[in-house]
Design a binder for this molecule. Structure first.
Ligand SMILES: NC(=O)c1ccc[n+]([C@@H]2O[C@H](COP(=O)([O-])OP(=O)(O)OC[C@H]3O[C@@H](n4cnc5c(N)ncnc54)[C@H](OP(=O)(O)O)[C@@H]3O)[C@@H](O)[C@H]2O)c1
Length: 257
């Protein structure tokens, strides 16, 4: 029996990870800000799968939140074997339309929290000679897409770099790069989705299934789904300024909330 800690576990991709890992028999530590929602989810997963579920309410845009999750990762009596750094969000607006404080909050959650939690988790995993970290990035990492894309590009570079450093230690790290997934993400950000073609949408449970297979195979980068594998292949060949235009026309409509 192993234990997995998932940040942003109450909705979307994080909730899909929680369902999948619970059904595989892992104990869970669920992290998000909304404590009531965390407790409801914990009860449901415990009742359905008979696993132990801890809830850890924390805001990863704050020092206290990062420290609280870090303290759980340092616990030696019930170590965390798999960390899923998934919590994240989008912004409503292009650069200069978003207050710089909000851009910094995004970097705190997407980059600083991911760095600090990975650091703490991996230190214990290396000592135990086993463990895994999945850092949820995005295909936006591969196109010019404001602070969001830049933060996710950091997640990819960081994760693959650490995976290389820890090769042979028994600890696996993988950056997961989803395309558009039907979750609460776009509604929370106030981003309109009418211009995103139906074929571009992915299902969160299938995404997680593919991600877990890629982790088992020892990949350090996972781009689930053949559609997005092809698109990211083409992106490598296209000029950067052209990519910026396409990226802005697809999925970046800052419509009414
Ligand atoms: N949906 C997509 O199309 C898509 C595509 C590529 C990558 N991604 C990435 O996938 C990850 C998950 O996104 P999602 O689509 O599943 O979004 P979602 O449905 O909006 O879920 C976001 C989760 O993160 C938690 N969260 C947000 N801010 C937090 C904070 N400051 N501290 C702790 N928890 C926080 C939320 O719970 P609380 O509000 O209770 O804290 C919620 O559980 C993100 O990193 C996102 O960038 C999403």
């Amino acid at each position: 029996m192993t234990t997995a800690l998932i940040t942003g576990a109450t909705a979307g991709i994080g909730a899909a990870f929680a369902r999948r890992l619970a059904s595989d028999g892992h104990h869970l530590v669920l992290v998000a800000r909304d404590e009531k929602r965390l407790r409801e989810q914990a009860t449901e997963l415990h009742d359905r799968h008979g696993i132990e579920v801890e809830v850890l309410p924390a805001d990863l845009s704050t020092e206290e939140g990062i420290e609280a999750v870090g303290a759980r990762l340092e616990e030696r009596t019930h170590p965390v074997d798999l960390l899923v750094n998934n919590a994240g969000f989008g912004h409503r607006g292009a650069f200069l339309d978003v207050p710089v404080e909000d851009e910094l909050t995004m970097l705190k959650v997407h980059c600083e929290a991911v760095l600090r939690l990975t650091y703490t988790a991996v230190a214990g995993m290396r000592n135990r000679g086993r463990g895994g970290v999945i850092n949820v990035a995005s295909v936006a990492a591969f196109v010019p897409r404001g602070t969001y894309g830049a933060s996710k590009a950091w997640v990819v570079q960081f994760t693959q770099g650490v995976a290389h450093d820890l090769a042979g230690s028994g600890v696996r790290l993988m950056a997961l790069c989803p395309g558009f997934v039907r979750t609460e993400f776009h509604e929370r950000a106030g981003v309109g989705t009418d211009n995103i073609p139906g074929w571009m949408w992915l299902d969160a449970d299938r995404l997680v299934e593919a991600a877990m297979k890629d982790l088992d195979r020892g990949k350090s980068l996972s781009v689930p789904d053949p559609r997005y594998k092809t698109l990211t292949g083409l992106v490598k060949l296209a000029p950067r300024n052209m990519l910026g235009g396409i990226s802005s026309r697809t999925g970046r409509k800052f419509g009414p909330r």
